[in-house]
Design a binder for this molecule. Structure first.
Ligand code: SAM
Ligand code: SF4
Length: 511
């Protein structure tokens, strides 16, 4: 297992690197392909290009931004843009930004400084700023950085070819409206070979925006109101991904379990039922979803964890704080007791469920006693991993105007204590699976000859001996050792796996 991450809401620690995720915000999303550049003109927006241009996207923030970056690349592909991992080769550089914390947005401005320097040195390329900083700061970005040619918010990605064409013809484009049309209706599906190049696991955004207005959070302002994609749209995208070889889907949403998409008959469908429909796709082996709000853990969704064996027993369910006083000030709409009850119900439905979470330390007014309550809930729930953050003031949110802002030194101290506790629990969780037989999705060749690598249901990296022809399959693996960042196993037969499951079931029943 990896160390817990501080202040980087880049990805959950367990998101596989093969899905394009890295734990640090600072690492660019590397998009690979080699090709030679051509000029882009407005007329090209509707046509297929003769010669490709190169696109470099640097992704900051959460998994939703990783997904969005891929969709931007998909939108530009029919217009002659091919991804490059080399910024110096790019005809178009897009910074897909995150506004969740102050540091995340600061990084964008320092990167823009570097891009401006490259332009001054004579490099000729276009610069686009996308994502939540673009949405929140719009004109201000264009004003502060002369290097920027276009600024566009998360709801305008489908219009990227047209916006880019306007920018190429000399207009300084700033597009931060929330258009009435559904961007997903207009975004092209990725080509099968492109999907294959992205790996066996994929993200799929099913929900966007948030109506909850937690007092620390910018999401309702940058991503807008809660919306859900229709069931048919999600199924069509899922089928396309699975047809290209994807075996595991992670459904995404800022508040994914608030999903309420319409089905073909116009009926509102919850996330549990959506997962049931997805599970009918035969070659899809695994389904995950993130990020969830405790108040939206419905009976239907909890029952899905009992009945839908494709739903993985690993749930990211942030509580943020273990103190009711702070939860109230955060406008979280649930108490610690509510959260405990939800976890109990989930574990009753799925006894082998492991939990992950998000925590904010140093929210305004947080006392030592409140922080001690956070440490208690961390120990009590026994999180297998967690994301931990120092509270970051976000202008425009209610938290920014609250009295009793906590000094930075106190936040730092609390964060260190929390991280230490989480690191211990992560290590213990890694060790707790030794001796168990887990289903492992085999994803890639291993580092040593004869080795292969995959992911456990808990998203742990697993190494074992085995032939490469198993890549793409799910194998029963007896876990024999746990290291800091990965576990080691031995592939067993399905009969041995069945016997091991019986023993595990008896152990759980006896507990
Ligand atoms: N919707 C999810 C929920 O309600 O639990 C969380 C999604 S939010 C985009 C991701 C995480 O960023 C939050 O869970 C929170 O821990 C963290 N976060 C959001 N705003 C923050 C702030 N102002 N300072 C520090 N962390 C913040
Ligand atoms: Fe932000 Fe999540 Fe709260 Fe919505 S529910 S405001 S996304 S923390």
């Amino acid at each position: 297992m990896q160390e817990p991450h501080t202040l980087h809401y880049r990805a959950l620690p367990w998101i596989p690197a093969s899905a394009g995720m890295t734990p640090e915000t600072t690492k660019p999303r590397v998009l690979g392909a080699e090709c030679s550049p051509v000029l882009f003109s407005p007329q090209m927006a509707e046509t297929t290009e003769l010669r490709p241009k190169k696109l470099f996207i640097k992704t900051y923030g959460c998994q939703m931004n990783v997904y969005d970056s891929d969709r931007m690349a998909d939108a530009l592909a029919p217009h002659g843009y091919e991804p490059t991992p080399v910024i110096d080769d790019a005809d178009l550089v897009v910074l897909n930004t995150c506004h969740i914390r102050e540091k995340a947005s600061e990084k964008v401005f320092s990167e823009l400084g570097r891009l401006a320097e490259m332009k001054r040195e004579g490099r000729d390329f276009m610069v686009g700023v996308a994502g939540c900083v673009a949405q929140a700061e719009g004109e201000e970005i264009a004003r502060r950085s002369k290097a920027v040619d276009l600024v566009f918010g998360p709801q305008s990605y489908h219009r990227l070819p047209e916006l880019l064409a306007r920018a190429v013809s000399g207009e300084r484009v700033v597009e931060t409206e929330f258009p009435a049309e559904d961007k997903f209706e207009h975004l092209p599906q990725a080509e099968q070979k492109v999907i294959r190049s992205r790996g066996l696991t994929a993200f799929l955004t099913v929900q966007e925006g948030c109506d909850k207005f937690c007092s620390f959070c910018v999401v309702p302002y940058t991503r807008g109101a809660e919306t859900s994609r229709s069931v048919e749209q999600v199924l069509a995208e899922a089928r396309n991904l699975v047809a290209a070889g994807v075996r595991e889907l992670t459904l995404l949403g800022q508040n994914v379990n608030a999903y309420h998409g319409l089905d073909a008959r116009g009926r509102s469908v919850g996330l549990g039922e959506l997962c049931e429909r997805l599970a009918e796709i035969e070659d899809l082996a695994r389904i995950r979803y993130t990020t969830s709000h405790p108040s939206d853990m419905t009976d239907e969704l909890i029952a899905a964890h009992r009945d839908n064996l494709k739903l993985m027993p690993y749930l990211h369910l942030p509580v943020q704080s273990g103190s009711d006083r702070i939860l109230k000030a955060m406008n979280r709409r649930h108490t610690v007791a509510d959260y405990r009850r939800i976890i109990e119900r989930i574990k009753t439905a799925r006894p082998d469920m492991a939990m992950s979470g998000d925590f904010i330390v140093g929210f305004p007014g947080e006392t030592d006693a409140d922080f001690a309550d956070t440490m208690s809930i961390v120990r009590e729930v026994g999180y297998a991993s967690a994301y931990t953050f120092k509270y970051s003031i976000r202008p425009g949110t209610p938290g920014a105007d609250m009295a009793d802002q906590v000094p930075e030194a106190v936040k730092t101290e609390r964060l260190a204590a929390l991280n230490q506790q989480i690191a211990t629990q992560m290590r213990d969780f890694g060790r707790s699976v030794v001796g168990r037989t887990l289903d492992v999705l085999i994803e890639k060749p291993g580092r040593m000859p004869g080795q292969i690598g995959g992911r456990s249901p808990y998203l742990q990296a697993v190494h074992m001996e085995g032939p490469e022809r198993l890549i793409g399959s799910v194998q029963p693996v007896l876990i024999v050792a746990a290291g800091n960042n990965s576990i080691e196993g031995k592939i067993v037969t399905h009969a041995e796996r069945k016997a091991a499951s019986l023993i595990e079931t008896q152990v759980v029943a006896a507990q």
